[in-house]
Structures are given as structure tokens and as C-alpha cells.
Design a protein around this ligand. Structure first.
Ligand code: 3H9
Length: 701
């Protein structure tokens, strides 16, 4: 095994020697991103290797847990001349006259893989992963990736990797020729040995000199057609296809130059700003003031779930998927049997699609214990109540749980609107009570609102955050209020949508205005899916509590005809067997009659007006939520909307979208359409700030 002579340059790249091989170790924790200082260090290392005749080859390796995870995304907004010179480093590698070997562990992503492809050879440990995920940040591989990857793995595979952004395992990369040797033992020792074996290889094989295998016109045509469906409305995917085609059709240098221009175009787009915002917002949302790595957590080795309906069953699947045994409770055998058969059917459907084996199905079902006795939850580390939204029922369950659950067990409610403090108050241990609001279908949707009640302990909160990660959810901490963050905003959004129809728009036009923004479903498509009776009941309840007359909006009238949405085969829309919404003439007539009765003269509402009013109604409520401290950051609200409500990630979430529009313009539009801007929104607009600036300032305070 090789023992490099150590050197202690205070640089991000350390030089050391193993005989005739120079080793360049990049040390830029946590992920060795290509930050300022890395290119300088690598170039200095290459100069040293070129000047020293005793160096026959160079190995580039990452210190710590990974190879280079990509360009440093935090430097994307720097002026061009201050950006780390990744392209210049790769040009230098491509022109280098001695063999260079990239030694990969962890991940070589984006600029990291591009750096590796600029080397003569690549070796990797079997567990490493390589990929070009730039599309997920709204950019494209901008340091040769679009030109080199197709030359190595062929046009179709390169397009697949660059358009999905998903990494592949080193073993697969080895089969594709992207990795030259898999090293099972000590990576550095193996890389040095490989470099020595190749030290005299001449001419040096350069990827830039190869042609692209499998570059038929139909491959690019198919990719263009595919992104129309998978990446509708996005800029960078089509640029990626254009550049991959150039790799096959023009000399390397021309493609390399074009890539630089297109990279800048994508990087400077609002879409890339939105996606980068979400990348960091998601990571930031995992941080909670007062909760540190040292906050004690408990290990969740078993879970109890009360309610085997759609929600309870979906929640159970998350735990089963993570290998955590679940005891699921119902009050009636029939409901229990039905719940279990739905879970089994879901798994079997996944197996039919080839995404799981039948053995996996049985393993998961084997972790599930059905029972009619709540007493069977006495040993569970966490118990999640998922019964219907009724405070009295929930209080009764929590009172009983208090007598059953072991000390230290987490008692969680999946309520989507109710007061978790009130629920906690019926127990003798409110510090153990928390809200865990899953989104339907709970086995699919990534969001988990973690509702911190007044007395929830830090341990319970930290454990819930860790649990979210374990069951592959994006956990966002929110405070207690009616509807928490997501549903409180969506209620306001629903009010505005109904108002727009009342003033003259057709429901399908309102939905289209949100589809145009990139949401897969507009407000009415969403209500029909969720069930119109739910919103109707909430409106009735709210009016009763406020001592107001029974609500009689046009949507209430639709519900009263018996049409409750998709579950009754029709609501605002009719549905065909593919669940496509089809406007219904009778419902249109009902709306018109309603307007006539109320003396409303319908006016034409443009798509733009509808989009703005709806998006800004979310933003305005979001600003109130932020000011009340129900959400910690505007970025948290964006994460909630992207993972829970289908807001397009490339818009960065509603708050980022508003910042892109200019908060001054948002305020002006709200006022124009009769809404009162939230004080925080108005203040930021007056100060010429964005929500991201607000978050940053708050984070520093
Ligand atoms: C690119 O390369 C463009 C080029 O083609 C062209 C250029 C000309 N930069 O995710 P984690 C931070 S585009 C800056 O929690 P994990 C992250 O914010 C880039 N910072 O860890 C976090 O910070 P904090 C293409 C970065 O183990 C910390 O590192 N590359 C970067 O769960 C830990 O991250 C990518 O898109 C970065 N590139 O996952 C890869 N990456 O502690 C993006 C991470 O303050 N990165 N940070 O919250 C990832 O996918 C994951 O971070 C990774 C590790 C899989 C590497």
C-alpha cells in the first residue's frame, strides 16, 4: 500500500508524492465542491507535475467523505471573473502530457464528474456514484459534460443521465466505460498503482478526441419529445439536448464553446434561481434554532398507527418501507381488513410494475400487526393518530393513549387543521405530543409538516425530524394555527379561486391559469380530487362558529346537488375513465344562475390576472404566517408548497416566485384586486427586499 509523503500547504488542494506519482488531494469540506481556491490548487499541482521529470503520472482524489460533488453552487451569482475556473482547469488537464487519474469515492457529481472526465483515466470504489445532476438546478453541465459524456457512454445513455440528473453506481459506470477500474480495497493505493501501470501509455487517450456512439437523429428527436412531457416549460433540458446533439455533429471545440454560452444563459434564468433556492431552502429547513446535533433523540424501533383508512394505511407504508414494525389499530374488523388489503394491493401493484419483488411485499406485510385493541400499542416508540378531523374524537383517543403508551413514547396527531395544543392538553405529558401532518397519498407525497406545539420537548422534535429523514420525507417544522402552513394558505387560495369565478371566469380557465404557471392541478381540479364536501363542511363549520348565515356560494350549491368531486364521478367537472376533467354544462349554468341571482355582471378575466391573484393570495397569507412565526423562514413555505402541493420547483415556491416578480409589484397587484397586503410583505416591498433577503437577515439575527 502506498504511503504518500505528506505536505502541509494551507491550500484546498494538497500535494503529496508516492514515488513517481504526484497525488493532489482536494480538501474542501463538506463535499469538496469546486470553490475558489480549488482550481488554483489543482493548476499549481499540474504545473508542479509538468516541471518535475521524476513525476510520471498524477492522481486527483477527494479528502474526507467524497470526491468533488460539483461546482460550488453558492458561487453561481458571483461575477464571471470571480467564479472558480473549472473550465480552465479541465482545459489544462485535457492538454496535459502525462497521465492523470481521478480516484473517486462518495460522489462525483456535475463539475466533479466533468473534472474526472477531463482526466485521462477514472478509477472508483464500488460504492461510488457518478452523475450530472445540473438539470435539477436548472442549469446544464457547463464544464464539458454535455460534450464528453455522450462520447463515453453514447448518446442515449448520456441524454438519460443528463435529463434525469440521476447518478449511476460506479459498477454500472464501469460497464459503460466511464470508470476504467473498480478498486475494491484502498482507493488511493489502487489509483496510484493504476497510474503507474499507465504511466507510459502514449498517445494519451482523450475523451475530447472520440466520436459519439449511437448518435442517430431519432435519439435526439425522442429526447425532445420526452422532455415535452417530463420537463414541460423548462429551459435547461432542451439546451442539454441541443448540446448533446452538437457533441455528435460538430468538432469538440465548437461544442465546448457553445456549452459555455448556454450554461450562462441557463444559470442566469429565474428557473435556475428558483431551483437553487429550493436546493438550499430544503437543507436549511432541516435546521431548527435551539436544536443541535447534541439534542438527545430516541430511537424509533416500532410504530403504532390508529386508523387504517387511506391516511393511516399510507402512513404505515412509510414505516414498513423503512423496516420499522407497525401495529395498526381499527375499531371494526371489517375496516381493519379493508385497510390491510389496500396496503397489500398497493405493494402488489408496485411489484407488478417491477419496482419491488413479491418477497419484498411479504417482508413488508410481515412487519405489520393488525389489532382491534389499542392496548397493543403499549410498547410502541411512536403512536400516530390518523382518524377523521374531529376534536372530541381526537381528545378521547389521546386521553386513552396517555394511559396506554410507555413513558417517552411520542404521541403524534396527523391532524391537518386542529389545535395540537388542545389535543396535548388532555394528556399528562404534553411534552410528548406533536403534530405529524402527512399529505395524501401519504406513501407518495414527500412532505411532512412537523407541528411543534407549545410544550413539545426538544427531544420529541429532534426525533421527529430524524424520523422524517429515515422514512424519506422532507420534514418542515411549523407552529400551531388553523391549517398550519400549507392548508392555511390553500384555504385562502380556494377563496380567491371561487371569487374569480364569481366575477366572471369559468372554472376551467382558473385551473388553466395555474397549469400555465406549471402546477399539475389548478384549484378546482384539486378540490374535485380531495372531495368538495370537505371544503363545504369546513365553510359551514366556520360560518356557524362565527355566527354567520349558512354559506351559499356557487361551489356550495354544486355540493348540494350531490356532486362531491371525483369520488362521485363528478363535481365541478365530469370525469372520463382516465380521470380527465371535462367541463359540465349544467354546472356552468348553475354558476350563471348564481351570478344573476346575486346581481353580478360577469366580466372578462385574463389568464394573467387569474394567475397573479391566485399566486399572490398564497404569498400574502404566507407573509402573515411568517410574521406570526408559524413558519420559521420563507424558504420553509416554499419547500412545503413544492413537496406538498405540486408548486413547480423551477419557480422556487410561491415566496420565491413573488420575489422574482418584485414584491413591489405583488403589493400593487394585491391592492388592485382588493386584497390587503400583509404588513411584512408591504415592509419588504417598501425596502426593496426579497423574501430570501428576509430569511438571510433573520438567520443572522
Ligand atoms: C455544476 O457542477 C455546474 C457545472 O457543470 C459547471 C460549472 C461551470 N455547492 O446535501 P447535503 C452543501 S452544478 C455548494 O446535506 P448529503 C449543502 O448545502 C453542481 N454547497 O449532504 C450542505 O450545506 P450545509 C452539481 C454544496 O450527504 C452540505 O454541502 N452538483 C454543494 O445528504 C452537505 O450537503 C450537484 O448538484 C455544492 N455543489 O448529500 C450536487 N453540494 O451543511 C449537489 C452540497 O450548510 N449536492 N453542498 O446545509 C448534492 O446532491 C448533495 O449535497 C450530496 C451530499 C449528494 C453531494
Amino acid at each position: 500500500m502506498s504511503t504518500p509523503e505528506s505536505s502541509s500547504q494551507p491550500s484546498l488542494v494538497q500535494q503529496s508524492r508516492d514515488g513517481d506519482v504526484l497525488i493532489l488531494t482536494i480538501n474542501n469540506p463538506p463535499v469538496n465542491a469546486f470553490s475558489p481556491g480549488v482550481p488554483e490548487g489543482l493548476k499549481a499541482g499540474l504545473d508542479a507535475a509538468a516541471a518535475d521529470d521524476s513525476v510520471r503520472a498524477v492522481v486527483i482524489i477527494g479528502g474526507g467523505r467524497t470526491f468533488v460533488a460539483g461546482a460550488d453552487i453558492r458561487t453561481f451569482d458571483l461575477p464571471r471573473e470571480q467564479s472558480p475556473d473549472l473550465r480552465g482547469t479541465i482545459e489544462k488537464l485535457d492538454a496535459f502530457t502525462k497521465p492523470t487519474v481521478a480516484a473517486i469515492h462518495g460522489t462525483a457529481l456535475g463539475g466533479g464528474l466533468e473534472l474526472a472526465m477531463g482526466c485521462t483515466y477514472r478509477v472508483a470504489v464500488p460504492g461510488a456514484q457518478v452523475g450530472l445532476p445540473e438539470v435539477k438546478l436548472g442549469v446544464l453541465p457547463g464544464a464539458g459534460g454535455t460534450q464528453r459524456l455522450p462520447r463515453v457512454v453514447g448518446a442515449a445513455k448520456a441524454l438519460d443521465m443528463m435529463l434525469s440528473g440521476n447518478p449511476i453506481k460506479a459498477t454500472e459506470a464501469g460497464q459503460l466505460g466511464l470508470i476504467d477500474r473498480i478498486i475494491d480495497g484502498d482507493l488511493l493505493a489502487g489509483a496510484v498503482e493504476f497510474a503507474r501501470e499507465m504511466a507510459d501509455a502514449r498517445p494519451l487517450p482523450r475523451i475530447s478526441e472520440r466520436s459519439v456512439p449511437g448518435a442517430t437523429p431519432d435519439v435526439f428527436a425522442a429526447a425532445r419529445q420526452g422532455i415535452g412531457k417530463t420537463h414541460r416549460g423548462q429551459l435547461s433540458p432542451s439546451l442539454i439536448v441541443d448540446l448533446a446533439e452538437m457533441a455528435a455533429t460538430v468538432p469538440f471545440q465548437e461544442g465546448w464553446d457553445a456549452e459555455a454560452t448556454k450554461f450562462m444563459e441557463a444559470k442566469d434564468s429565474p428557473q435556475s434561481r428558483g431551483l437553487r433556492h429550493i436546493f438550499f431552502a430544503e437543507r436549511e429547513s432541516a435546521k431548527i434554532p435551539g436544536i443541535t446535533k447534541d439534542t438527545p433523540t430516541t430511537e424509533i424501533k416500532s410504530a403504532g398507527i390508529i386508523g387504517a383508512g387511506t391516511m393511516g394505511g399510507g402512513i404505515a407504508m412509510n414505516f414498513l418501507n423503512a423496516g420499522i414494525p407497525v401495529t395498526i389499530v381499527e375499531t371494526q374488523q371489517e375496516a381493519l381488513d379493508r385497510g390491510l388489503s389496500v396496503i397489500r394491493r398497493n405493494y402488489e401493484n408496485t411489484a407488478k410494475k417491477g419496482r419491488m419483488s413479491m418477497d419484498d411485499v411479504e417482508t413488508r406485510m410481515g412487519l405489520l400487526t393488525p389489532t382491534l385493541d389499542m392496548g397493543d400499542l403499549k410498547d410502541a416508540d411512536i403512536i400516530i393518530e390518523a382518524v377523521f378531523e374531529n376534536m372530541d374524537v381526537k381528545k378521547d383517543i389521546f386521553t386513552r393513549l396517555d394511559g396506554i403508551a410507555k413513558p417517552g413514547a411520542i404521541l403524534a396527531s396527523n391532524t391537518s387543521t386542529l389545535d395540537v395544543n388542545e389535543i396535548a392538553s388532555v394528556t399528562s405529558r404534553p411534552e410528548s405530543v406533536i403534530g405529524l401532518h402527512f399529505f395524501s397519498p401519504a406513501n407518495v407525497m414527500k412532505l411532512l409538516e412537523i407541528v411543534r406545539a407549545e410544550k413539545t420537548s426538544d427531544t420529541v422534535l429532534a426525533t421527529s425530524m430524524a424520523l422524517a429523514k429515515k422514512i424519506k420525507k422532507v420534514g418542515v417544522v411549523v407552529g400551531v394555527c388553523d391549517g398550519f402552513v400549507g392548508n392555511r394558505m390553500v384555504h385562502r387560495y380556494g377563496d380567491e379561486a371561487r371569487q374569480i369565478v364569481e366575477e366572471g371566469a369559468r372554472p376551467e380557465d382558473v385551473d388553466a391559469s395555474m397549469n400555465a404557471l406549471g402546477l399539475p392541478m389548478g384549484p378546482f381540479q384539486m378540490s374535485d380530487m380531495a372531495g368538495l364536501d370537505i371544503g363545504h363542511a369546513i365553510r359551514q363549520h366556520q360560518a356557524k362558529v362565527a355566527g354567520q348565515p349558512k354559506p351559499d356560494g356557487w361551489l356550495d350549491r354544486i355540493v348540494e346537488t350531490g356532486r362531491k368531486g371525483q369520488k362521485t364521478q363528478g363535481g365541478i367537472y365530469d370525469y372520463d375513465e382516465t380521470r380527465r376533467p371535462i367541463p359540465n354544462a349544467d354546472m356552468q349554468a348553475l354558476i350563471e344562475t348564481y351570478r344573476t341571482e346575486k346581481g353580478i355582471t360577469p366580466r372578462e378575466i385574463t389568464q394573467e390576472e387569474s394567475t397573479r391573484r391566485l399566486a399572490y393570495s398564497l404569498v400574502n397569507e404566507g407573509a402573515k404566517i411568517l410574521e406570526e412565526g408559524i413558519a420559521q423562514r420563507a424558504g420553509d413555505i416554499d419547500v412545503i408548497y413544492i413537496y406538498g402541493y405540486g408548486f413547480p420547483a423551477y419557480r422556487g415556491g410561491p415566496m420565491q416566485y413573488a420575489s422574482e416578480q418584485g414584491l413591489k409589484n405583488v403589493v400593487a397587484d394585491l391592492e388592485k384586486y382588493g386584497q390587503t397586503p400583509a404588513p411584512l410583505l408591504k415592509r419588504l416591498a417598501d425596502e426593496g427586499k426579497t423574501f430570501a433577503q428576509y430569511d438571510a437577515e433573520k438567520g443572522r439575527a
